[in-house]
Design a protein. Structure first.
Length: 162
């Protein structure tokens, strides 16, 4: 299943070597790209088509692999992203063994309300990473920017406001 693990090609000792990108990094980036904060930033850069040029301009935190493993905020983001992945795809059971979290079947969110909690936690943590305070977050999630979210998922927005 994981034959398509992202890889990094490096030149070492006069040879090209292939290193797998750690799953923690993939989950960290996934948490960022699934956040309202990055969504908000992208909306001001892109009209219709998103391409690599825009992605390269995004102000994305670049922690080292060591920081990802030691920083509590990054660890929470990674764990929540993993839980959301496992809740959305039953074929990812092998992923539980690739990262250092002890996840039980009962930890995996099933209902939408259960899925909203780790996603809201991630959005709040990412807002902190970007230095966004509560007042700015309230403005960011207003109907002016996220109309459908405000129309359809008020329970999720209440998690962000609490």
């Amino acid at each position: 299943m994981f034959g398509h693990i992202p890889k990094k090609y490096t030149y070492e000792n006069e040879k090209i070597t292939i290193k797998e990108i750690p799953f923690e990094r993939v989950l960290f980036v996934q948490a960022l790209f699934n956040s309202l904060i990055v969504d908000f930033i992208v909306r001001f850069m892109v009209d219709i088509n998103l391409n690599k040029t825009y992605l390269m301009r995004l102000p994305i935190p670049q922690p080292s692999d060591t920081e990802l493993l030691e920083n509590k905020t990054y660890q929470k983001l990674i764990k929540n992203a993993l839980l959301l992945n496992l809740s959305n795809n039953n074929n990812l059971e092998e992923l539980k063994t690739k990262v250092n979290f002890k996840i039980q079947k009962s930890d995996i969110p099933i209902t939408q309300k259960q899925k909203d909690k780790p996603q809201a936690e991630n959005d709040l943590l990412i807002a902190e990473l970007y230095g966004i305070n509560n007042e700015q977050l309230e403005h960011l999630i207003s109907p002016a920017y996220f109309k459908i979210l405000n129309d359809k998922n008020l329970s999720y927005l209440s998690l962000l406001s609490d």
